[in-house]
Structure formats: C-alpha cells, structure tokens
Design a binder for this molecule. Structure first.
Ligand code: COS
Length: 385
C-alpha cells in the first residue's frame, strides 16, 4: 500500500533497507550463533546518519521524528531483530534526555548520540520491578554536589556496550513512584559496573546485562528534570518508544512473509509448487493482511506522536500490542508454511520466530499494554471525550 511518503522519507527507508540487505542479512546467522554484538553494523548506521534521525538539528541530528525512525527500524527488523533492538534501544535510552533534559544536557550528549559516537541504554527494570515499574529499589542519595547511586538494574539492552545510561532511581522512598528520579550515568564512572551478560532465546546479537551501582557518585547536574519526576520521565519515554517496538513487529513479520512466499513458490509436493494449494494461500493471505493492518496502525501512531499530540499513551500502546501479537503469529505461521525446512536453522524463519517473542514482552508486556489502553479508555470516558 502507498503511505504517501515524502521523497526524503522514501530515501531513509531505502537507505535502511539497503544496509539491512547488504550488511545485516549476510551476517545475521553468525551474529545469532555467536551471540555477537553488531559493532560493525552500528558503525555503518552511524556513517549513514541514521542515529541522528530523531534528534533535532540544533543538537546535530537530522531533525526528523518518530515516523522516520519507525521506517528505519522496520527495515532493519526485516533482516534481524537483534540488530534493530540495538538500534531502537539507543533511541529508548535517549528519550529521557530529548524529552526532559536541560539545554546543557542536550548540548553535552545529543551531538555524540546523533553521530553514533556514543550508544545509549535505558535502565529502569530491576529483579523485583518489571511490570511493576513503580517498585524499583535502586536509590540515589544527594550528598553535597553529587548523587550516590546504589542498586542493580536487570535485563538492560545495550548494557555494557553503551557509553551513556539513563537510569531511574528512588530519591525519596516515602513517596513511592512519585519519589523516583531520572539520571544520566556515564560508563567508566567509579562504582558503576556490569553484571552478567544474559543468554537469550532470541535477539542474540543484542547485548543484555545487569547494571550494578555501588556507591556510584555522579554530578548533581546529571539529574534529568526534577527530583520526583522519574516515573513520569520513564512513562513518557515508553510512550515515545513503544511505537518503535510495533515497527519491529511489522518488520520481522514482513521478513517472514517474504521468506515463506519465496519458499512456497519453489517447494514442490504432489507435483505442484505448494504456493498453488489453497491451504498455503489462505495462510499467506492472512499473514499479509494482518501485517498490513499492523503497519497502518504503527504509521498512524508515529504520525500522531509527531503531530505534537499531548497524550499519545494509548496510540503507542495499541501499536505495540497489535503489531507484536501479529509478529508472533506471522513468524510462527511462516515456520508452518515452510514445514520441516522452516524449523531448521538453515532458513531464517526459525530465528525470526525466536526473535519475535521478545516483542510481546519488552517495553511492557502485551498484558501491560492492555492495562494501559484500558486505563486510557476509562479516563477518556470519565472526561466525557
Ligand atoms: N504519562 C504520564 N504520566 C503517567 C503515565 C504516562 N504514560 N503513566 C502513568 N502516569 C502517571 C499516573 O498518572 C500517576 O500519576 P499520579 O500519581 O499523579 O496519579 C503515576 O504516573 C502512577 O501511575 P499508575 O498509578 O498508573 O502506576 P502503576 O504503578 O499502577 O503502573 C504501569 C503503571 C503498569 C502502566 C507501569 O508500571 C508500566 O508501564 N509498567 C511496565 C513497565 C515497562 O514497560 N517496563 C519495561 C522496561 S523498559 S524495556
């Protein structure tokens, strides 16, 4: 379908698509097998200015928005979700600075992020605070001109690889979620180390590790916004980034359809290519229809965010929920269309199916997205919208 992209948007999509086809597809299997971080690919994305897409021009970026970021994420996700997760998590980690940072913080960090010189990670989740993000226990205590951080963050994408971390910690225990604050912590700060690197079912090219803070002292000016704003910073960050997870779903679903269709046209059974059988045709038709519906919703949500709308919580959650449930279904059915071959590592769809699972889990499980959407509906009804 034609989504009436501008010439520039089509260029961004094509550039990301070209990098995906030429640089990602040839190495994705090896990166997955070796659980190897895609450093060289990140360099190519940096050289192509793709890290600067969503960063304002005054801070060295291209001044585009969520929509352009979504286009790039979708293309990379067609090839490898491990690679696109690394790229998209950089945006997730940057949003606290972009949305709530001071001009000084933006000037200090955004130009290097836009140039792809410094990778970013977002540190919210802890062992006892996953869906219940308000239950974090990492603390930040103000001592003179410094905050002292203590605690451990878990399952942090880009952990260990990123240079800059946006971290949510409690500054006032008595206030619960309202006592959380957001901070910038740089790699190499004494008292900041990395715990174990996780071994995962999928997205194995991406790095996931613990962040450990032991009397880690950071300058007071690394506080983002004000004390007590941390939970709002985290929620608004997720409002902006969840649509990107939806784009990952659209991309991996499309990648799986392309593989299944190619296979079905070549595979002969009962004397005919299996694509001629109605059972296969109906599966492919449903996969393509659902993926197109997901794409339309993700694009609409991204354009809604770019319109400057104040409350994008519901739109972003809907895009993430729908597109990632579609991704799981479509990648599973791509394996089914390809039968025994689909199950073998020789073909890319088994990896796509393994990779797709995380999309229903990270940046808020799809059960949490349903809670978020329902809360928005109830609030809107109460306001008589
Ligand atoms: N934008 C602005 N404010 C928001 C908000 C949003 N999207 N979501 C919540 N808030 C505000 C609420 O309005 C409330 O403010 P008041 O205290 O002034 O009323 C406050 O934040 C607390 O909100 P709520 O009571 O809804 O918080 P809960 O603890 O019940 O949890 C959920 C809310 C479940 C939605 C939240 O914890 C969540 O998103 N969990 C998933 C976390 C996640 O995505 N983790 C992945 C880690 S990053 S990969």
């Amino acid at each position: 379908m034609d989504y009436f992209l501008t010439e520039e948007q089509a260029m961004i999509r094509d550039l990301a698509g070209q990098i995906a086809a030429e640089k990602v597809v040839p190495v994705r299997e090896e990166l997955d097998e070796k659980e190897e971080f895609p450093r060289e690919i990140m360099k190519v994305l940096a050289q192509s200015d793709l890290f600067g897409l969503f960063i304002p021009e005054e801070y060295g970026g291209l001044g585009k928005g969520s929509f352009e970021l979504v286009l790039a994420v979708e293309e990379l996700s067609k090839a490898c979700l491990g690679v696109s997760t690394t790229y998209a998590a950089n945006a997730l980690g940057t949003y606290p600075i972009l949305l709530f940072g001071s001009d000084e913080q933006k000037k200090k960090y955004l130009p290097d992020i836009a140039a792809g010189k410094r990778l970013v990670a977002f540190g919210l989740t802890e062992a006892n605070a996953g869906s219940d993000a308000g239950g974090i226990q990492t603390t930040a205590r103000l001592e003179g001109s410094e905050y002292v951080l203590n605690g451990t963050k878990q399952w942090i994408t880009n952990g260990g690889e990123a240079e800059v971390y946006t971290v949510i910690a409690i500054t006032d225990k008595a206030k619960g979620a309202r006592g959380a604050s957001a901070f910038i912590v740089e790699k190499g700060t004494p008292g900041f180390s990395f715990g174990k690197k996780e071994k995962k079912m999928g997205i194995r090219a991406s790095s996931t590790s613990e962040l450990v803070f032991e009397d880690c002292r950071i300058p007071r000016e690394n506080l983002i916004a004000r004390e007590g704003m941390g939970f709002i910073v985290a929620m608004k960050t997720l409002d902006s980034s969840r649509v990107g997870v939806g784009a990952q779903g659209v991309g991996v679903a499309q990648g799986a359809i392309d593989e299944a269709l190619k296979f079905a046209r070549q595979r002969v059974q009962f004397g005919h290519p299996i694509v001629g059988f109605q059972a296969i045709q109906h599966m492919l038709a449903d996969m393509a229809t659902e993926t197109e519906a997901a794409r339309a919703l993700v694009y609409a949500a991204a354009r809604f965010i770019d319109s400057g709308a104040k409350d994008v919580t519901k739109a972003s959650a809907m895009a993430k929920l729908f597109a990632t449930d579609v991704a799981m279904k479509v990648t599973t059915n791509a394996v089914q269309v390809m039968g025994g071959s689909g199950y073998m590592r020789e073909y890319p769809v088994e990896k796509m199916m393994r990779d797709a699972k995380i999309l229903q889990i990270y940046e808020g499980t799809n059960q949490i997205q349903r809670n978020v959407i329902a809360q928005s509906l109830i609030k809107e009804a109460a306001k008589g919208k």
